[in-house]
Design a protein around this ligand. Structure first.
Ligand SMILES: Cc1ncc(COP(=O)(O)O)c(C=O)c1O
Length: 399
């Protein structure tokens, strides 16, 4: 499952030989120092680094693959933009058939609504007056904007001000992060929203995070299966006790997708990482019946900036380049398969087991795609050796 090294075209001649596209920086202002390279032959190897890279062929494969799998399972897709925080990626997901976009933060919600994207679902309950005001404003600007709620106090807060808002009741099926944990509490919250004069109930959300990276489908199914049994019990109780069948049952991630699409409980899924993949997901068995349906599309390109210690050259990517909540970044291009990357400080890394010339480029799979993306301003989108496009990480930040 490792990406494996591919040294061709990366060490030799890496660096400065790409022809500049004259004037292109002026035509594409605000796209960073690599904008003049857009469209130039061998521009991938000439990038100023550290640079976040999207392999467009792999990215497009992932869009198609997910659309096909969802269609086959009769599931809608509302992919999670917490992975990419990018208007352009969201647009392409919708063009590939997604019904909308899930978001985790108020800023992500604002960016996607302001870009005119449909079906934006804020999957995190909102607390605090400033954020509540922003969310009420977004509801006025997008007719199908939705937000998750998981407490009675949260319902009351959303009602304040009287702005019409569509909500989903968030269910905790075992993760203990957000959501109502028990059946009685879930029914009480559903009933409370149903009786609201301000809020409209669109359905329920049930997401479980920790199970996503359990390596084998069978083991994942054991743990997650019990959680889905709880979801089933809530849905059944809502039917028998309240006569309520939610229009939307949303949740799931890339790791649980294979199970979710067979479970028959969800109407839609919120997978996020599938679009890029990362080291964590490269090591997870994603399908019970065949090979992993998604390709690694996200990399960070780094440059060798010092090689005075020949067998451990220093690169320009370190703690501030990769999020460190996952495994170490995995070398994918520019080195032999035996080479290993090591963190070597805020702005530095080491490649051990490989002699590389000054200016050589290496590309690494990100340990965990979402927080790594949040450390960068731009996606450098490549096809083969050419930098085809640069997209902004529009919703980068914390709010
Ligand atoms: C609520 C919610 N839905 C969906 C996802 C997407 O999960 P993944 O990136 O594993 O596909 C996440 C990820 O953290 C999430 O928090």
């Amino acid at each position: 499952m490792a990406s494996g090294g591919d040294k061709s075209a990366w060490v030799k001649g890496s660096g400065n030989k790409a022809a500049k596209a004259p004037g292109s920086a002026d035509r594409r202002p605000g796209l960073g120092p690599n904008a003049p390279l857009l469209g130039a032959p061998r521009s991938r190897q000439a990038l100023a680094t550290p640079a976040l890279i999207v392999d467009l062929n792999a990215f497009e494969h992932n869009l198609k693959s997910m659309a096909r799998l969802c269609k086959r399972a009769g599931l809608a897709l509302r992919p999670h933009a917490k992975t990419h925080k990018s208007i352009e990626v969201a647009r392409r997901q919708i063009a590939a058939g997604a019904v909308g976009i899930s978001v985790a933060t108020v800023r992500e919600a604002a960016v996607m609504v302001e870009a005119g994207l449909p079906g934006v679902l804020l999957t995190t309950p909102v607390v605090g007056d400033i954020k509540l005001d922003i969310v009420r404003g977004l509801a006025g600007r997008s007719k199908d904007f939705m937000v998750a709620v998981d407490t009675l106090a949260g319902v009351e807060a959303l009602e304040r001000g009287g702005r019409k808002l569509t909500v989903l009741v968030d269910l905790d099926i075992g993760m203990t992060r957000t959501g109502v944990p028990d059946i009685g509490g879930a029914l009480a919250l559903i009933r409370r929203v149903q009786s609201s004069k301000v809020l409209k109930l669109a359905g329920v959300q049930a997401y479980s995070g920790m199970v996503q990276h359990i390596k084998l489908v069978a083991d994942r199914e054991n743990v997650y299966g019990a959680q889905l049994t709880h979801l089933q019990a809530v849905l059944q109780a809502a039917g028998t006790e309240l006569g309520y069948k939610p229009d939307i049952v949303t949740g799931g991630g890339t790791g649980s997708f294979d199970i979710d699409r067979r479970a028959g409980l969800f109407t839609e899924c919120q997978c996020g990482s599938y679009v890029f993949m990362d080291v964590q997901y490269e090591d997870v068995q994603l399908s019970s019946t065949g090979p992993n349906p998604f390709k690694t599309a996200l990399f960070v390109q780094c440059t060798v900036i010092s090689n005075n210690h020949p067998t451990s050259p220093t690169t320009d990517g370190g703690f501030k380049t990769f999020s460190m909540d996952g495994p170490i970044p995995r070398l994918a291009r520019g080195v032999s398969p035996q080479a290993v990357y090591k963190y070597f400080g805020d702005e530095f890394g080491k490649v051990s087991g490989e002699e590389l010339p000054l200016g050589a480029k290496v590309e690494l799979v990100t340990p965990h795609c979402d927080p790594t993306v949040n450390m960068h301003d731009f996606f450098h989108c490549v096809r083969g050796n050419v930098l085809e496009e640069i997209w902004r990480v529009d919703a980068r930040g914390s709010l």
